[in-house]
Design a protein around this ligand. Sequence first.
Ligand code: 6R9
Length: 657
Amino acid sequence: MAQSSSIESVLQEQRVFPPSAEFAQQARISSMAAYQALYDKAAADPAAFWAELAEQELDWFKKWDTVLDWQPPFAKWFVGGQLNISYNCLDRHLTTWRRNKAALIWEGEPGDSRTLTYAQLHREVCQMANVLKSLGVQKGDRVGLYMPMIPEAAIAMLACARIGAPHTVIFGGFSAEALRDRLNDAEAKVVITADGGFRKDKAVALKPAVDQALEDDSVPSVQHVLVVKRTGAEVDWSEGRDVWWHEVQPTVSANCPAEPMDSEDMLFILYTSGTTGKPKGVVHTTGGYNLYTHLTFKWTFDIQDTDVYWCTADVGWITGHSYIVYGPLSNGATSLMYEGAPRPSNPGCFWDVVEKYGVSLFYTAPTAIRAFIKMGDQLPQARDLSSLRILGTVGEPINPEAWMWYHRVIGGGRCPIVDTWWQTETGGFMLTPLPGATPTKPGSATKPFPGIQADIVDSEGNPVGDNEGGYLVVRHPWPSMMRTVYGDDDRFRRTYWEHIPPKDGQYLYFAGDGARKDKDGYFWVMGRTDDVLNVSGHRLGTMEIESALVSHPAVAEAAVVGRKDEVKGEDVYAFVTLEGTYSPSDDLKAELKQHVVNEIGAIARPGEIQFTDALPKTRSGKIIRRFLRNLASGEAVVGDATTMEDQSVLEKLRQGA
Ligand code: 6R9
């Protein structure tokens, strides 16, 4: 393949961790032979594979006529079928022993907590659905959610789904401006919010941002704002528009039958930031999404009746949608929700929660794991984490050293790690180990979920060889794939399906990530292709150089970007945060540069290392390398910064700190 379209892989990770015999024995899918049989069956006849599972795993009001209608790049699944995801997440469990099982366990930041059984959750969802109806929401109307991490966030999503009103959850950390753009794009009729929520020991207000977003009738579609009381903060009130949840809840019936929805009816829109311009409204529909999130959760977390599952994401992200709310509840699992983030006043609070509730399945992101490492082993070691059974990671490639720490310190060397690669657009896990079957390798998301035909290709769409880097693509439609960009079919086609030119009617889904596949068929995601560096004609992914840096004991986190260089084209520029006990020095810089040379080779030697206290991140914890690229080249930071977690980080970086 042409040099220009390949990405070179420079880091080789050799460690392999098979599941223990004891773990495999009790697992649902308990050997690679079993995985392979499922994979082969799905590949041989995808429609038959998914139809059989849809029949087995979900309750349908009406069976479908056609399993898959594929008119590239537009797919429809279970056409003609009718179901309701809120019914599958709630009602169907009420006739079983799960009626009084905990559906949601919620832990508030200040130490308050609530547990809602399936019956109780059903009741509250019905009430909120009836309130929405009383506010004029009808099937097909969009509802915006701007919520803290409280049970009402999940209740609101399920209530919308119950009456067929697509929700669009806008992360509570977004600004009034970002909120306004998204509400306008979706033409939301009602907004559900709260006075505020708790995060990092502080009450954070939410209602003022809603007021500001709606000021001067700047979102004409919005008729009402439903407000949940959480912090008790004073709020401005718009008479006639605003409604308190606690005032209307007791006035409505706790019975609201789930609306029969067509399988392809829109379930939600979730905005994801494009690299430039307008945010993309990713559209997911009902049947395929319900099936795929249900099944991936069941197999990847090997859910058992006694499990307590905790995903630390916010419901404002796809991870919260698919794997706090829909996937777990569809399975009748107990899903734990935590209100905030690790708190300055108690940095060990996550491990307190694990101990308090006996969490057995724990799912978090590499950014959090690196933060835990920085806080030191003594915090988790002071708690009883023996209830943990499986650990998961999502959001970014995980550096092998962070993986090893997670495995050793949190998992006690005994818990399989499921590194799940997927996207807002894919709806559910695409590459993931099955914990009782797949031997794991630190830093690899391992193999495709059965039914997913993933591959690595060059810019023309030709498969590349073993260990050759290229574009990560998917060949065949899958049930939970995004259906379009809301209101913009063209953008959907251009962004995801024409990046690699279709050949002979064969369309490849382009994920935007670079990756390689090793000789065992394991996938190694190397980062976003927008972030790839070009050093002396070698195209290097960011992940591998960062992992080399993180493997040095002094380094907590690293972000690598390219800086223009007259000779090499680009030079490696690394931003590094240090472990608590180390301090910046020129000697340490020299040592780290040499460390990269030892780990990878001279080609990846950083020309410059800048120490910093923090890295710029999105609110979902992904490092934003495009800002760092600007900084490294001494340019002004360009592009949309509204998705940033902490705006002061950029300022400090500019000052060289
Ligand atoms: C679920 C989620 C998607 C992008 C994706 C990739 C990165 C997610 C990953 C991973 C390596 C993993 N990503 N999981 N990279 N290994 N296990 O994060 O969705 O917010 O849409 O981001 O995140 O770059 O393309 P989303």
